[in-house]
Design a protein around this ligand. Sequence first.
Ligand code: 7RM
Length: 651
Amino acid sequence: MSSTSIQSVLQETRLFPPPADFAEGAKVGSMAAYEALYERAATDPEGFWAEIASELRWDRPWTQVLDWKLPDARWFVGGQLNLAANCVDRHAASWRRNKAAILFEGEPGDTRVITYGQLHRDVQRAANALLDLGVAKGDFVAIYMPMIPEAAIAMLACARIGAPHTVVFGGFSAEALRDRIADSRAKVVITADGGWRRGQVIPLKDNVDRAIEGTTIERVLVVKRCANAIAWHGPRDVWWHDAMAAAAPRHDAPPHDSEHTLFSLYTSGTTGKPKGILHTTGGYLTNAAYTTRLVFDLRDEDVFWCTADIGWVTGHSYVVYGPLANGATTLMYEGAPNQPGLDRFWDIIERWGVTVFYTAPTAIRAFMRWGDEHPAKHDLSSLRLLGSVGEPINPEAWMWYRKAIGGDRCPIVDTWWQTETGAIMISPLPGATPTKPGSATRPLPGIAADIVRKDGTPCGVNEGGFLVVRRPWPSMLRTIFGDHERFVTTYFSEVDGCYFAGDGARRDEDGYFWIMGRVDDVINVAGHRLSTMEVESALVSHPKVAEAAVVGRPDELKGQAIVAFVTPRSGVVANEELAKELREHVVAQIGALARPEDLRFAEALPKTRSGKIMRRLLREIASGSQSRGDTTTLEDQGVLERLASTFAQEE
Ligand code: 7RM
């Protein structure tokens, strides 16, 4: 890692101690308590995790806590449980029966409150409805839905019958949905006629119709949400409300093996093809429940609002499974933060009395730009804790978040984790950890995170290196669906004996972790994870494109913005019209989140003598940096110069 990139993240190191009254009632109330817990977990990891797992309801106890044959780990071996019973039934059978499980607000302003008792009824019927459609244990079910309660009910119903789900973000295109369905070989897709976003209907069912031709999908279950006109293909298509009405009301939750597949979730890696990250039941739920309880210091009276879409892992773990496993109240909001006004989120916090708010830095930076007057219009005094996730948070945004939203009272937990880790790994504990703006602080008890050099030796203080985890944790991904070899090479071949996260990081003199961003070709655009190769594949699939290279450029709002360099086929006229056509082609292939911000034509791309595109150089050009670094391996210096000057002119 270059020293300049380390310098750029050496930030102000002001300490914000936890508020005294917060520390008092907290589960971990001091740094000494944190250190002791961390130490305990490090000395006896299996004993530690067994104790945490035993807070769940198991139908059959495990015979072995951990079976670890690097890189393969199996947790709570021989144990059986039902995830839905843990998230729903056990609360419905307790004093929480009439407690709100889900608070829902649609973008148009419609609201619903679903109690644990009601959720129990809905999930049982939905489980029976899926069984009636021919879904059997082990069959994959695709979920392509708006942020409505039925999405959570669908996930829970799948988990209940042991049918692994693959949730596909509603912002992905029909093409992207088709790839994910093809890879997972899903039998049924659950969707909605549409979802509301910025006052418009997202045509989810239309996309499904286009995506599933020639795939393994046999049935399409459709929730009526927007009542927009949709094409209907009976008997393949079935209305959710009809299936629910026809289904039997009772379903006894069957026990599933701890290592039974719970879900796969596609995420971008370094290649053009997204990978299905596979999680299993017992370990995943153990960590989702543990981290929600600990990091958010969860209390029964909380109104917990994680703004992530269920199409991302954050939505899985902190909208649905983590909060519900703890019997908490989770809030789901369907739409955009600026609909109808720029204060929609603050209005929601005030009206529902949200106590814990968890969102992404890209959103925080947008709020900051929109101005203080929007949060200032609302009473945000119900908030007691703020969270951040998805990308590094710049100290300026952190400070704004603390002041304008948290009223200088609420601790901020900057949580580092990944689709692969299933749950939060590095984060402050709000009642214990003094925070520093921009640092995710320390690993959670049970998480053996470290920063190492290429040869695996630990880095020194403030020395940038690779972020690794030395021991397995229960919610570690088990494999990449259908490609175990890729799992081994991606995560366990870079650094001997360790899980390699793909992020660079440094640790300061207090042992605090500072995440420096990806060291691979994964980019983070507005908190959305994308691979440069994925966007390149989309571009070269266009008949007018000969070659394409995509890089990330630092962006004040989005963290990174996509810059594409395209060499058109000979005879093709490169003009603004073509640029527009190619941008829209990427949107059709992947989704609006992948639309290149800048698309530049180049007669050739800079390459090394071995023919590799010099991305580092392109990154520097894209960000307008002066230093060209070491270009001795560059095949054609002239190409670079022409490229750089074209870019400078058009900027
Ligand atoms: C939860 C999620 C994972 C990547 C990860 C990092 C980046 C996430 C933080 C962060 C700095 C954070 N899953 N990342 N959280 N970087 N500070 N608090 O985002 O699979 O979609 O992305 O996101 O690069 O590797 S993800």
